[in-house]
Design a protein around this ligand. Sequence first.
Ligand code: FAD
Length: 262
Amino acid sequence: MKIIVCAKQVPNTNEVKIDPVKGTLIRDGVPSILNPDDANALEAALQLKERYPGTTVTVISMGPPQATYMLRECLAMGADEAVLLSSRAFGGADTCATSTTLAAGIRKLGKFDLILAGRQAIDGDTAQVGPQTAQRLGVPSVTYVQKIREIKKNSIVVERNLEDGYEVIEVKMPCVLTAIKELNEPRYMTIAQIEEAYKKEITIWNENDINLAPSDCGLNASPTQVFRSFTPPPKGKGEMLTGTVPEMAAALIQKLREKHAL
Ligand SMILES: Cc1cc2nc3c(=O)[nH]c(=O)nc-3n(C[C@H](O)[C@H](O)[C@H](O)COP(=O)(O)OP(=O)(O)OC[C@H]3O[C@@H](n4cnc5c(N)ncnc54)[C@H](O)[C@@H]3O)c2cc1C
């Protein structure tokens, strides 16, 4: 079985800084991590590799050159190979352009049985790229996967998380599944695996390597452009009302009236 994992390098959330002039996320020099849901996607792929001998796991990412650090982490967790799609031409990509680029990279990797992605990236937060990539590759997708029950000859049976429970879905392979944290507990890397990971070659492809015209990727191919991102002003301090219950109720109504909420 050939499994491909889509993994994104994201700013470590409590380090997010916004460029006050460009209104975009400052990524340079900001500690980056493997997107948490993608660690669950990779862990699921590695567990399938252990269950089904002959399975290979390839991690693919679209990102700046420093995304190789995140890919080495994936190799140290146990991935067989890693591919980075990196070029200035990919800059400013929205989810539409990101999924086009990932799909082009995956086509170049050839035939596959299963793609595992994270449900959501903690920076863009759109949860769009997984299903969009499936759409571009013409394969079905199941999102919010909390359990992989079984793999049959040409299909896979999974549990999809719902607000009030879950549904069991059997989907034809090849397909795309997006992982949530309930799916598993990602493994830790061992020192030996980290050393091994640094001996492995990471394949780096640009737009020419994956047959994409500059107009088909990055900002040029992005219907959605992040106009401005900003840190919302901190909310004002709450006010504690005191007195008897009727007094507090009366004071609350008064305040809501002053704010025209009543
Ligand atoms: C604050 C902010 C807001 C944004 N808002 C929007 C918006 O409203 N609409 C829009 O189109 N774009 C938006 N973007 C741009 C968007 O982040 C990028 O297009 C990004 O590459 C993909 O979207 P996402 O981060 O939401 O990923 P998601 O769709 O949340 O990612 C889901 C999964 O897809 C895979 N994946 C996503 N990106 C990559 C990658 N680069 N390499 C490998 N796998 C990947 C991962 O497995 C990930 O878990 C925003 C970016 C920022 C920083």
